[in-house]
Design a protein around this ligand. Structure first.
Ligand SMILES: NC(=O)c1ccc[n+]([C@@H]2O[C@H](COP(=O)([O-])OP(=O)(O)OC[C@H]3O[C@@H](n4cnc5c(N)ncnc54)[C@H](OP(=O)(O)O)[C@@H]3O)[C@@H](O)[C@H]2O)c1
Length: 511
């Protein structure tokens, strides 16, 4: 992999959870592999008063607990942390940014980063306008060959709805140009998600089949086994549609559905993503009612343990109508996908944590072999497993040896875990390195974010404005409201349920 250019990474929200659990461990992993520039430095920024030393101690704990190379590269941690600093400032107060400017000049003079600054906004979203504005006030957004590049990474959520999503883009563009903006969607940093592009566009066998003539439907599932786990206050103002569907699920669906890009570069890939979003069939009240199911988990015993219902979670309104589950059916109105339904579902407190894309191919036009319990002529499946047990599987029918023509479903599969020699970087590692290299291919572009908001807005409006809009309860530990099965109307076709309960405490998910 290419080594990053020397720069200073400025993390706003450095006293927070994301910095501790994900960002600094990922930065250390890059460092341990020699991928950070020799003169690079990190400056953590937040309001909490911390010395460099205390910040380094905290980050060391985070690295030991969460970095891939933590234990095995223990001796490198202190060296890495020598170029890690902390600056306390009030992010709201523009005059405080002189402290930041002075500190950056000082570090730059010591390390020689050529004025290359990468900002990371890991703060509450109400600061996404203020921080860029205050940086611009101190000319910390200005870039040129002589004074170095300036880039800014923004964590989701990119707005709360279409209106605020457009306003956020407008505000960001006042202070930074689109090519300086990196909107992070960590799903796109996952190897298997990127592998979708390789599967489709590096293999002559798949691309000819990848259309309405051969694909019956596409199914995308992202389930979590945990509930809101102490983040009830945040989640109750968000819900599954905003937290998962508007960003992660639609981005993954775009990679499944996009036309071949002309090159594997940011502009080409992001142009194709936008075209998919622009082709989504708009939803109205009637098809929201019929094609979108929302649910909320209720108390239940899961593998021997009592789990509280969503409304009993800390920080959640006891009358909350926020959805913890969404299943929906939609269409992409273009030449490739005309008439092919896309089914997506996501939820909390489901039986297991799994993310996968399933391509259901059409069955053979005529049934020669009689269906039996191990085989039904419902078509071949291509399963792209994003997590856990990342890999890819093709399911097809084979003859059982012996008399007659008994057919059985068999799997041809590849697991990333089989590539023992190959290191699989974490999503944050990959995405941080890309931003350091100025590659925005796996980051969301403003116009696509707005188009995705435009698609989900009628759903949010219907739920908000119609008191009769249904919200279905589902017991924690189940696969969501049973009514979601009715989204798939064709006989003999159901959602894929990849995981079986093996025992009281064990769930086995076959790829
Ligand atoms: N944690 C995750 O796994 C995750 C995943 C995806 C996206 N995100 C997003 O990443 C961002 C950070 O998440 P987090 O989990 O790290 O949040 P967090 O633990 O609550 O940390 C928030 C950080 O922002 C700082 N901050 C600055 N000004 C603030 C203000 N006015 N009010 C409150 N805090 C302020 C806080 O530090 P001071 O109080 O010291 O200033 C703290 O360092 C959020 O936008 C979140 O939605 C997080």
């Amino acid at each position: 992999m290419t080594k990053a250019e020397d720069h200073i990474l400025v993390i706003f929200g450095a006293s927070g959870d994301l910095t501790y659990r994900k960002l600094v461990p990922a930065l250390f992993d890059l460092y341990a592999q020699g991928l950070l520039g020799n003169k690079s430095a990190i400056l953590g920024v937040s309001r909490t008063q911390l010395s460099d030393e205390v910040f380094r101690e905290k980050m060391k704990k985070g690295i030991l607990a969460f970095a891939n190379f933590g234990e095995e590269s223990k001796d490198k941690i202190d060296l890495f942390l020598k170029s890690t600093f902390y600056q306390s400032l009030n992010t709201f107060d523009v005059s405080d940014y002189t402290l930041l400017k002075d500190r950056l000049e000082h570090i730059d003079a010591e390390f020689g980063n050529n004025g290359n600054f990468l900002y990371y906004l890991s703060t509450p979203p109400n600061l996404y306008k203020i921080i860029p504005e205050n940086l611009a006030h101190h000319k910390l957004n200005r870039q040129s060959k002589s004074i170095g590049w300036k880039r800014i990474i923004i964590e989701k959520p990119f707005g709360y709805d279409l209106k605020s999503g457009i306003a956020l883009n407008r505000d960001l563009l006042k202070f930074f140009k689109e090519d300086q903006l990196y909107r992070i969607d960590h799903y796109l940093g996952k190897e298997t998600v990127q592998n979708l592009l390789v599967t489709r566009f590096a293999n002559g066998i798949f691309e000819p089949l990848w259309n309405r003539n051969f694909i019956h439907h596409v199914e995308i599932t992202t389930s979590e086994s945990i509930g809101v786990e102490g983040r009830g206050g945040y989640y109750d103002g968000s819900g599954a549609m905003r937290d998962m569907v508007q960003n992660h699920l639609l981005q993954v669906a775009a990679l499944v559905a996009m036309e071949p890009p002309t090159t594997i570069e940011a502009t080409s890939i992001r142009n194709e993503t936008l075209k998919v979003f622009q082709s989504l069939r708009p939803l109205n009240d009637r098809n929201v009612r019929n094609h979108v199911i929302r649910g909320q988990y209720t108390a239940a015993k899961v593998r021997g343990k009592q789990v509280v219902g969503y409304r009993e979670e800390e920080g959640v309104d006891p009358d909350s109508r926020t959805e913890t589950y969404v299943a929906m059916k939609y269409f992409i109105d273009n030449w490739r996908w005309g008439g092919v339904p896309f089914y997506i579902r996501t939820g909390k407190a489901l039986p297991t944590r799994v993310s996968e894309v399933v391509i259901h191919f059409k069955p053979t036009p005529h049934t020669l072999f009689i269906d039996n319990k191990d085989f039904s002529n419902n078509g071949n499946l291509l399963v792209i497993r994003i997590q856990p047990d990342e890999g890819i599987l093709l399911k097809f029918g084979m003859k059982i040896p012996g008399a007659g023509f008994e057919v059985k479903n068999v799997n041809m599969d590849f697991h990333y875990s089989d590539m023992k020699q190959t290191y699989v970087p974490s999503a944050y590692e990959r995405l941080l390195l890309d931003a350091m290299l100025g590659d925005a291919t796996l980051y969301a572009r403003g116009d696509a974010v707005e188009a995705a908001w435009g698609f989900v807005q009628p759903i949010l409006d219907y739920w908000k404005n119609d008191p009769d809009a249904a919200l279905y309860g589902y017991p924690a530990g189940s696969w969501g409201p049973e009514i979601a099965d009715q989204l798939i109307t064709e006989p003999e076709i159901t959602w894929r349920y990849p995981c079986r309960n093996l025992a009281e405490d064990g769930i086995y998910c076959e790829l």
